[in-house]
Design a protein around this ligand. Structure first.
Ligand code: MIG
Length: 797
């Protein structure tokens, strides 16, 4: 055993030595050196977990991130002994463990290196705070790019950067501010066409360096806890994303209305103001589903109360809003006001549910209500109690809850001091270990309460802080951004990064939270937000009284903003299908182009383009007065959405960007389902489904998922999965449809619109019955058929 020469806070670095023995227990392998045990667990043919006990003693194997549904399914695995290493083999990868020092090399079955330790696992004693700082260093492979890590406001490819996870209330953050609100210790590597992922499940402050300190080395480390990481092989990056979701869980389907448009402000109050906003939306026929009440709806910022003056009869208000199709979302912060007359404060102190300092005093800190105490959400009893508090709110008519300030944020202090104690599901730890999961567990308790009390309606939760796995119960937004063009770019990269980090259900404060956008910036931001899974305008602007509403910028901008919010509603069946793919398989809803075409190196450093789902490619207009934009199209056929101009991929194309348009392309071969225009989800029974079909040579596939858009019937088969197969021959187009499921949709009309046919057809054949095409079937260069029944096969020739 090496003796540490110590100076100051940390000991020297220690490294594992020679493997002395090993054993196998089921799918677990253990390798013993004189100081260290490596536990290697084969979870599936592509997922292996590495865990190291530096002093021969493992800690409790417990995780707030890992889904209860994670099942082990290694189809086949084996171990071979070599002179210098042990080799663990699965059907997809080979893991070599060096006898000399536990260093890991992982290859595919062809022997190509996927990932390789440099010095690998090592540690330092954290003399000042206790425990160890645990490190893992790996070699950067040639041409390697790195992605992931949650909400980092920087270029998507993290090569050459160092980032850190310790959730922070980053008011008015800028490009490269770090850390921000979320803690997602998960990254992807991509080199030589091979993609893999590493999920470092450690809740202490974690750091990742991607060749910044030393060009050829990537390392990750934590200021405590264990070196415990999952290695995930792709080779496709999207497969890595799906495996990560298998580990940390998938989202549930939200109510369909939550995919509509949300309007928020700090704050709409009193009640007359809320009614006025609601009326404006309906009078102007701008679709909207959700209205938010920020902190001013409460009585002196006391959670679970309503201001008697501003909201004297919340139940009546929410009922009226609901009659107009609005769902109300209210904010709930963690801080509970210290006030002996406030029932929640009485309860939290009586039950002893508030966080305490090391010496037993309450963790007190100022937030909006003044001096507060804070629930210890790491205690299961506290989570249970918190969930129960949503009974009254839901009875009042609340349909969604917004959890803010849960990094946790405290005025002056920033966050809790490190000595604060937490239960951590029975472990009894300091804030150092609990900090990064505080918001994760608050939103978990909130979602559980909302789900229970809203049953059979689906809940909607949005949280500011998060840890890996938060996607199982909540959406997120990117926090307190600024009304600037740079922040529009940040919104785009942050939502893409969140999506590949497991948190697809994300959006930015459209228009910017701080400051006031002009009409042009707001309109361009609405355009981008139309293609973000969560579409919400939010702003502060309390001093000037400026309202960031879709009509705040005059009729010219209002008309364009309205047209994009309408487009959002038309696209709901497509967006819902994309959400279903995410909920079912963990496929990111937003896909950076590197994830769509990883073999094409031109995509690896692209920041400003992404796909929403399988068929839509989006960029955004990124500067004031911009008249054209260059967009890189990956291989395939693409149609510019606004005029059906056809492009061949594998090149950059430049398109004009008048205010009423944006860079939006549809992939050839796609079937994009659309609804007719509506003001809100549930406004009327949908009687017509529109299928926008985009021609491509060869054979292509698309899907449509549909269900009731709320409730849980889909879990017992009340859904439809429609599979479209498009195939073409010279002068012939064929569309086949197959159904699975037993949901009875209302619509009886099917409008099929075929874009981009390269020939002039004369007739169509519907399930074997031929009819001629008439002039009215040719609309704006599109062949349009209005069918009054379902069909299985349509041929146009
Ligand atoms: O200290 O509730 O990010 O969206 O409007 C500010 C007031 C507290 C921060 C949130 C913002 C919200 C605001 N909150």
């Amino acid at each position: 055993m090496q003796v540490a020469t110590t100076s100051g806070k940390y000991s020297v670095k220690h490294y594992p030595d020679i493997i002395q023995s090993w054993k196998k227990e089921g799918n677990y392998f253990y390798f013993y050196t004189s100081t260290t045990i490596l536990e290697l667990r084969v979870i599936s043919d592509k997922i292996v977990r590495f865990r190291y006990a530096a002093d021969g003693q493992f800690q409790r194997d417990f995780s707030y991130a890992v889904s209860e549904k994670l099942e082990e399914s290694p189809e086949f695995f084996d171990i071979r002994e070599w002179a210098d290493s042990f080799e663990i083999i699965t059907t997809a990868i080979r893991v070599f463990v060096a006898r000399e020092n536990l260093r890991i090399t992982i290859t595919d079955t062809d022997g190509r290196i996927i990932n390789q330790d440099e010095t690998g696992f090592h540690w330092q004693y954290y003399l000042q705070k206790g425990g160890k700082i645990v490190y893992c260093t790996k070699l950067v492979q040639e041409g390697e790019s790195f992605y992931g890590l949650g909400d980092k406001p920087t270029e998507l490819n993290l090569r050459g950067k160092r980032v850190e996870n310790y959730g922070t209330d980053a008011y008015g953050y800028a490009k490269d501010t770090d850390p921000l609100y979320r803690n997602i210790p998960f990254y992807y590597g991509l080199h030589n066409g091979i993609g893999y992922g590493i999920f470092f499940d450690n809740t202490f402050r974690t750091l990742f360096d991607f060749g910044k300190e030393r060009e050829d080395v990537t390392s990750f480390w934590a200021r405590g806890g264990e070196m415990n990481y999952y290695f995930i092989y792709g080779p496709a990056l999207l497969q890595v994303a799906e495996s990560y979701a298998r580990i940390t869980g998938t989202a549930e389907l939200p109510p369909l209305w939550a995919l509509g448009y949300h309007q928020c402000r700090w704050s709409y109050y009193p009640e007359s103001k809320v009614r006025e906003v609601a009326k404006e939306f309906r009078d102007r026929k701008i679709p909207c589903d959700a209205l938010y009440l920020d902190i001013d709806y409460m009585e002196g910022f006391r959670c679970f109360t309503w201001s008697k003056e501003s909201f004297p009869d919340p139940k009546a208000l929410l009922k009226d809003l609901s009659a107009q199709g609005f769902k109300t979302v209210v904010i709930i912060d963690p801080g509970i006001k210290v006030d002996p007359d406030y029932p929640i404060y009485q309860e939290i102190t009586q039950k002893d549910f508030a966080c305490k300092r090391a010496d037993g005093a309450y963790m007190e800190g100022d937030v909006w209500p003044g001096k507060c105490v804070f629930p210890d959400f790491t205690d299961p009893k506290v989570r249970e109690w918190w969930s129960g508090l949503f009974k009254d709110l839901t009875a009042t008519g609340v349909r969604g809850v917004w959890n803010d300030m849960n990094e946790p944020a405290v005025f002056e202090l920033g966050t809790f001091p490190e000595d604060v104690r937490h239960d951590y599901d029975g472990e009894n730890v300091s804030h150092r270990k609990a900090h990064n999961v505080y918001g994760h567990l608050m939103s978990k308790a909130t979602a559980a309460g909302l789900k229970k009390h809203l049953m059979p309606q689906r809940p909607f939760v949005i949280t500011r802080s998060a840890y890996s796995g938060t996607q199982r119960w909540s959406s997120v937004w990117t926090g307190d951004n600024i009304a600037s063009w740079e922040h529009l770019w940040l919104a785009s990269v942050q939502c893409q990064r969140l999506a590949v980090s497991g948190l697809s259900f994300a959006g930015s404060d459209i228009g910017g939270f701080i400051g006031e956008p002009d009409g042009e910036l707001y309109t361009r931001w609405i355009q981008l937000g139309t293609f973000h899974p969560l579409m919400r305008t939010h702003s502060a602007s309390n001093e000037t009284g400026f309202n960031q509403d879709p009509w705040s910028f005059g009729p010219e901008f209002e008309a364009v903003v309205k047209s994009f919010i309408q487009l959002r509603y038309r696209l709901l069946p497509y967006i819902y299908t994309t959400f279903w793919q995410y909920a079912a398989y963990g496929t990111p809803m937003l896909r950076p182009l590197a994830f769509v075409a990883q073999q094409d190196e031109n995509t690896h450093d692209l920041n400003h383009e992404f796909m929403l789902g399988d068929s839509l490619l989006i960029s955004h207009v990124s500067e004031a007065g911009m008249t054209e934009k260059s967009v890189y199209l990956p291989e395939g056929t693409w149609y510019y959405y606004f005029n059906d101009q056809r492009y061949t991929g594998g090149q950059a194309v430049t398109i004009p960007t008048p205010l009423a348009e944006m860079p939006l392309f549809v992939k050839g071969g796609a079937v994009v389902a659309q609804y007719p225009d509506m003001q809100y989800v549930g406004e009327f029974k949908i009687m017509e489904m529109i299928q926008q079909v985009y021609f491509a040579e060869g054979t292509t596939h698309s899907i449509l998922y549909e269900d009731a858009g709320d409730h849980y019937g889909y879990k017992t088969g009340q859904y439809n999965l429609v599979r479209f197969k498009q195939s073409s021959e010279p002068n012939l187009f064929r569309l086949k449809k197959k159904f699975v499921g037993k949901y009875n949709a209302d619509y009886t009309h099917h409008r099929i619109r075929v874009h981009g046919l390269p020939f002039t057809p004369k007739e169509y054949v519907l399930d074997g019955v031929t009819a001629p095409l008439q002039p009215e079937h040719f609309v704006d260069g599109v062949v349009e058929l209005n069918l009054l029944r379902k069909f299985e096969e349509l041929v146009i020739r």
